[in-house]
Design a protein around this ligand. Structure first.
Ligand SMILES: [Zn+2]
Ligand SMILES: [Zn+2]
Length: 275
């Protein structure tokens, strides 16, 4: 009797019936071939293609779906600026007398940006690109109305263009506009928003407490909470142990350091407290 299993009896990939399976999916148990086997970031297991895309398995996919089409702080900022622009123009029209021709043209120039601002707030894809061009277009228009100040208008548009380009590239803003983002960019955003942000905050407070010692209790509290949240066995793993510890250490060290420095200055120069 032979124990040899004929190839026809050996398991085949559920998706590719002519390819022999190399293993099974960790979630559904289906047979998978080498082409179908998918591993995910921060997870040692192997999945079939269908299971790897499930939000319950792929935390980055779940994260992406959570923010897909959801308005971000940039959309609110642009929306609120647009609203205050409209209110500002209405207010100045109401409070002053009849506008001069130039004032009228400037109001019209600013109000021309309102559809872009509204569309950006509503997540219309064209407004994402229009936002980048808007400061320059407004500056060129203002240069036509005031040729003597053309250069100043262009200069004033520069910081706005800089911010608009930043928004255009922002991953969170791309998710609001339902634009695809690379897995790496998505992982970086997840790391910023979800990977133990309180531990990162602890480090920031700890560092700032070297200059503002009143922040040191905050650094210690955030550091302790952050340290308790570290869980490398979780899916996805929660890290930043080092930042939590650094926050605690800096928070603890900063007040005595300040006392030492103030005391030294007092002894040396009698600068701090005199009686
Ligand atoms: Zn599966
Ligand atoms: Zn396959």
């Amino acid at each position: 009797m032979s124990l040899e299993v004929p190839p026809s009896a050996r398991p085949h990939c559920a998706v590719h019936p002519d390819v022999l399976a190399g293993g099974t999916c960790s979630r559904c148990g289906g047979f998978i071939c080498a082409d179908c086997a998918t591993s995910l970031l921060g997870d040692g297991r192997i999945y079939c293609v269908a299971c790897a895309k499930r939000p319950g398995v792929d935390y980055l996919e779940a994260f992406r779906q959570e923010y897909w089409g959801r308005r971000d702080s940039w959309a609110w900022t642009v929306g609120m600026l647009t609203l205050s622009l409209v209110l500002g123009v209405l207010y100045s029209a109401a409070s002053k007398g009849p506008p001069s021709r130039k004032e009228w043209l400037f109001s019209a120039l600013f109000l021309a940006t309102v559809p872009m601002g509204g569309a950006f707030f509503l997540g219309k894809p064209w407004a994402r690109h229009a936002l980048v061009a808007t400061p320059l277009v407004v500056a060129l228009g203002a240069g036509v109305l005031e040729p003597a100040l053309r250069f100043q208008h262009l200069l004033a548009a520069l910081p706005f263009t800089f911010v608009a380009v930043h928004i255009h590239r922002d991953v969170r803003s791309r998710l609001f506009f339902r634009r695809d983002v690379t897995p790496g960019a998505l992982a970086a955003l997840w790391n910023r928003l979800r990977n133990n942000p309180i531990a990162r905050q602890a480090f920031h407070f700890g560092f700032s407490s070297l200059f503002m010692p009143l922040l040191s209790p905050l650094a210690v509290v955030c550091g302790v909470v952050g340290l308790m949240r570290v869980n490398l066995q979780a899916h996805p793993p929660i890290g930043r142990r080092g930042q939590a510890i650094a926050g605690i250490v800096l928070g603890v060290v900063s007040p005595p350091l300040w006392l030492f420095v103030l005391n030294y200055l007092d002894q040396r120069f009698g600068l701090v407290w005199k009686d």
